[in-house]
Design a protein around this ligand. Structure first.
Ligand code: ZN
Ligand code: ZN
Length: 286
């Protein structure tokens, strides 16, 4: 089990380099810098800090007590299947669920509050997909990983599935100009998901698929206007840049600029990163 995590981490890091290189070579939208607006919030807060704590919460404080209570994993209901079949089974079933939950998030004002963070980036690249409100992650990853544990799947299915999620997430958001032809009817990719992030009313209720595009084609929500590309990305309204305010925004609407004007404490916190960077650069010059 320990070894598999080394492999999955290695593949993940290698994938990052490949996606970053492909984005430089074949950009979908030209001129997006590697360190685009919001890059550090997505990398430090969402990818490292939030993922680390939510993984502990979901596995140790939700799934583990559930299993302890119902003792379901002992039955090893899927444990005797070949590992590839277990992975494929959970991949397809969860992707079908996430299509419908994602669709509900775009239709319900309440659920939208858990999803708008994901749409708030104005430039979409390999990292942009990591921006997801923690509530959304708690719901989706509990529903994703609880059945894997409770149905007694082989323990390596968890890191394999997590790797597929991460790499596929990078792929569908990546700023790569590809044309996968007929594959677009089955496999989701940047051609359809870049449109899902467009600030365009035509696609607000379209392209909900994550890994498989086939759900959108079956249920009539696919949007793919040939080789035309979105003019603009992100939300049609103001949205905070700060990680904590992005979370609080789901509960209560706040104006980040006004808050910075009014509260000296918040202003000091809000400018702390620029001050820190200034300090680091000054130290390096010395
Ligand atoms: Zn969405
Ligand atoms: Zn997305």
């Amino acid at each position: 089990m320990g070894h598999i995590v080394y492999y999955t981490t290695g593949i993940l890091i290698l994938s990052v380099f490949i996606f970053v290189w492909l984005e430089r070579e074949f950009p979908y939208t030209k001129g997006i810098p590697l360190f685009r607006e919001g890059f550090w919030v997505d990398l430090i807060w969402y990818t490292f800090i939030q993922s680390y704590f939510l993984q502990i919460l979901i596995f140790d404080y939700i799934i583990e007590p559930l299993d302890h209570r119902f003792q379901l994993s002992r039955l090893q209901l899927v444990g005797h299947w070949p590992i590839a079949l277990q992975v494929l089974f959970f991949l397809v079933v969860h992707d079908f669920y996430i299509y419908w939950f994602h669709r509900a998030q775009h239709h319900s004002r309440l659920l939208w509050r858990t999803h708008e963070a994901h749409h708030s980036n104005k430039e979409i690249d390999w990292l942009a997909g990591t921006r997801s409100h923690s509530m959304e992650i708690i719901i989706n990853q509990t529903i994703e990983f609880a059945p894997i544990v409770l149905l007694g799947a082989n323990p390596i299915v968890v890191p394999i599935k997590a790797l597929i999620d991460a790499v596929w997430g990078m792929w569908i958001h990546s700023n790569i100009d590809v044309n996968t032809g007929k594959l677009q009817y089955v496999i989701n990719g940047p051609e359809m998901h870049q449109w899902h992030h467009a600030n365009d009313r035509a696609v607000f209720y379209a392209n909900y698929g994550t890994k498989f595009a086939v759900w959108d084609w079956i249920f009539g929500t696919a949007y793919l206007p040939g080789r035309k590309k979105p003019a603009e990305y992100g939300l049609p309204y103001e949205y905070p840049e700060d990680y904590f305010l992005q979370h609080w925004h789901a509960v209560k609407r706040i104006d980040e600029k006004q808050l910075a004007e009014k509260s000296a404490w918040f202003r000091s916190y809000h400018t702390s990163r620029q001050r820190l960077m200034g300090w680091v650069l000054k130290k390096r010059r010395v």
